[in-house]
Write a protein that binds this ligand. Structure first.
Ligand SMILES: Cc1cc2nc3c(=O)[nH]c(=O)nc-3n(C[C@H](O)[C@H](O)[C@H](O)COP(=O)(O)OP(=O)(O)OC[C@H]3O[C@@H](n4cnc5c(N)ncnc54)[C@H](O)[C@@H]3O)c2cc1C
Length: 365
């Protein structure tokens, strides 16, 4: 078996490195740049290269290239801290949801703007009383003629203040078990009745928001997939969210700054770096398996768990390397503060361990 990169993949990586370095020089870097690096002009530049939706099927406007190609580009761009945030959630998750579950009309209406890097989407999943336990969500959508009428509140909605659309998970039925009455709606963020309140995080940013819905009318044609099947559909989306390289490289740019400063003559430092490098390569192998479709169903929970625990170790190493200076080092301090979120967003480590235990290993609850 040949594990080496093809000439085409090596060329793509070299190109991605160049694009990333150029973007960082012009727009600056951020740790977790797929959330904190919001930069629509850069999204349009990437779209012009055909790098947004590169592995989407051709019939939906993508380039139909292997998922590994997308992974290489993402590894280089996010690993350098280049600002991919404005299109990231849409390209990674909402587009694939729409071409998998959406109607032809929804596909024609929403996919082109994502591919052009012109649309920002947010995910309205979490609520004050429903984070890990999504089935307990209370935002409801009641059918009224040709519309749904939405009432409720979402929280921690990344990009809530700058998005064109929210992919809303809401309750459309109170009958049956709690997870059975949940549906997915595409909601335009300029709909009357939506109020967005940004929340300042400890790193000084305000990418996530509280979003309030009061009698918001949404055309019934904006229902994605089957009414009441959101729980199942969401689990498919979470595979995209949890199994990607973004979960491994979020703070790689931070790591590089720590390496520049680390005392490599110290055997303990060398040992720690060797451990981090080994874990990075292991994480990459897990992501490859996801990209190649070789991971068992649900395994993205294990991939995300491993990768984000690695990211926390990188942050610990960086904090120790900078010592007290970390507090004064601008972007480094922000990156370190932000690192607390890696093992929370997209599913906490505890929840992922439960999933691995129950759904992959088949252990009793
Ligand atoms: C940076 C960031 C960005 C985010 N962006 C978005 C977004 O764009 N859209 C969105 O919808 N949400 C977003 N979230 C929310 C995120 O998905 C939730 O924070 C996450 O699912 C955890 O939910 P919670 O905060 O309600 O915590 P809780 O579910 O209340 O959990 C609190 C603690 O209890 C533990 N716990 C809970 N239940 C169990 C259990 N059964 N077994 C063991 N331990 C348990 C958890 O592991 C955790 O440690 C974001 C969060 C962060 C930090």
């Amino acid at each position: 078996m040949d594990f080496s990169w093809t000439a085409q993949q090596q060329q793509l990586r070299a190109e991605a490195k160049e694009v990333a370095a150029d973007a960082v020089a012009r727009y600056g870097w951020t740790a977790d740049s797929w959330i904190n690096g919001y930069c629509p002009p850069f999204a349009r530049e990437l779209a012009a290269r055909g790098w947004i939706g590169i592995s989407w099927p051709k019939e939906f406007g993508g380039a139909g290239r292997p998922a590994i190609d997308r992974m290489i580009i993402a590894e280089e761009l996010i690993g350098a801290g280049a600002p991919v945030g404005s299109y990231w959630v849409a390209e990674r998750q909402m587009g694939p949801s729409i071409f998998t579950f959406g109607t032809a009309d929804q596909q024609q209406r929403y996919l082109p703007a994502i591919l052009a890097g012109e649309a920002t989407w947010c995910i309205g999943m979490s609520e004050p009383g429903a984070g890990s336990d999504l089935a307990s969500l209370r935002t409801r959508a009641v059918r009224d003629g040709e519309d749904f009428v939405v009432n409720g509140q979402k929280i921690w909605t990344s990009f809530g203040a700058v998005s064109d659309f929210v992919y809303l998970i809401c309750r459309t039925s109170a009958d049956g078990p709690p997870h059975a009455g949940i549906s997915e709606l595409i909601v335009s963020m300029d709909s009357p009745g939506i109020e967005v309140r940004p929340i300042k995080d400890m790193a000084g940013g305000a990418h996530f928001c509280e979003v309030f819905f009061t009698d918001v009318r949404v055309p019934a044609t904006n229902l994605v997939g089957v009414a009441g099947a959101a729980f199942k559909q969401t689990m498919r989306q979470l595979e995209h969210e949890r199994g990607g390289i973004d979960r491994l490289v979020s703070n790689h740019a931070l790591y590089r700054r720590a390496l520049d400063r680390a005392d490599m003559t110290d055997p303990l430092v060398r040992q720690e770096v060797a451990q981090l490098e080994t874990r990075y390569r292991l994480g990459r192998l897990l992501v490859y398996r996801e990209a190649l479709g070789q991971a068992p169903k649900g395994f993205s929970a294990a991939t995300k768990l491993f990768c984000t625990e690695h990211e926390r170790k990188v942050a610990d190493f960086t904090a120790r390397t900078f010592g007290a200076d970390a507090m004064l080092a601008g972007d480094v301090s922000r990156g370190l503060c932000y690192a607390n979120s890696y093992t929370i967003m997209g599913g906490t480590s505890n929840i992922l361990r439960n999933i691995v235990a129950e759904r992959i290993l088949g252990l009793p609850r």
